[in-house]
Design a protein around this ligand. Sequence first.
Ligand code: NDP
Length: 407
Amino acid sequence: MGKALIIGAGGVASVAVHKCVQNSDVFEEICIASRTKSKCDELKAKLDGGKTKITTAQVDANNVDELIALINEVKPDIVMNLALPYQDLTIMDACLATKTHYMDTANYEPEDTAKFEYKWQWEYRERFEQAGITALLGSGFDPGVTGVFSAYALKHYFDEIEYIDILDCNGGDHGYPFATNFNPEINIREVSANGRYWENGEWIETKPMEIKREYNFAEVGQKDMYLLYHEELESLAQNIPGLKRIRFFMTFGQSYLMHLKALENVGMTSIEPIEFEGKQIIPLQFLKAVLPDPASLGPRTVGKTNIGCIFKGKKDGQDKTYYVYNVCDHQECYKEVGSQAISYTTGVPAMIGAAMVLTGKWNKPGVYNVEEFDPDPFMEELNKWGLPWVEDFNPVLVDALPEEARE
Ligand code: NDP
């Protein structure tokens, strides 16, 4: 049916490539292109020989001209941006120049300021519309599936959703005192930033990790979780009509938090360049270089993730609550695709998002977040491709415990 150019060959791209090859009716041909071509070749060597034709290429995705030349050579129907958020705009520029559909899993972030905002990408709306091509933003798990869950809840169960809590729980254990489950630089930028949530039309800022709750997650158990800013809050606050509040919580263990605090205290998480032995280095990038490669965590990570959304709102004038979540087992993922669940839960929806565009189910010119499309076909595909979801119509709410019992 179609051809995809996949940019990036890291943890998420590796899972997406496995899944595209499994879904060969849709992905007849893929080209894997990244900064380090040997990683693309390794993936090809592992997966070649099936129905999907695989080619590889080298590209610097910060360079629009290089990207345009590659797109003109490969002639894909869609570019799947599974590189880093810093490359979103250059890849969108190249898609515009070549009139090629675009998708990604994370919003653009300038490399020198940790600022997660859709504004830069939303500014491309008219140009994509005029070019007659679709840009699908944030088709990972969170953002991604969390937006699809929200659209699905609104379509099937609510007249109005008033409250959304997104709960991202990783009950996995990799055995290291400190490691990040995906790109350390992106992960640490996210968790060391101030927290923020949206209530009654306003953003309320918190200090990093200031708001803590406990939750008993199905198949994982009781975990501490902390309020973070997460990029889907921005688009869902706009796209879910009548919303009063949306928050995002992520679980962290004590060891992770203790190490992060120490690294912060000594300046290792800073993105301000410093001079070291006559060379400018960014401490966070140096830290990334000494931490375990997330790709190496796969074989040693045991346990499960549980990510989902709790909704509270109204149906036929009555109060209603609804929780929809997915549980994913790190070892099962590793057995299937050679990666742990964090890359798996992102790579599978990336493949599904691209398939939605390629099959014409989610194809309208412009720039859209996942929740702006019909959630039903995407929800069906989640069940089919390894991320089945569970519904709970009487969930325990995040603030169920009285304030004094929370600490
Ligand atoms: P990795 O660091 O494992 O992989 C990134 C890949 O991009 C590497 O192959 C890297 O190449 C390549 N790359 C980086 N810069 C360039 C460049 N200038 N030109 C070409 N290729 C480049 O990251 P992940 O796979 O963990 O994450 C991929 C994306 O997924 C990120 O944007 C991340 O934010 C997002 N993500 C989204 C989630 C969601 O749920 N929505 C969850 C987790 C991640 P090289 O090998 O040379 O370094």
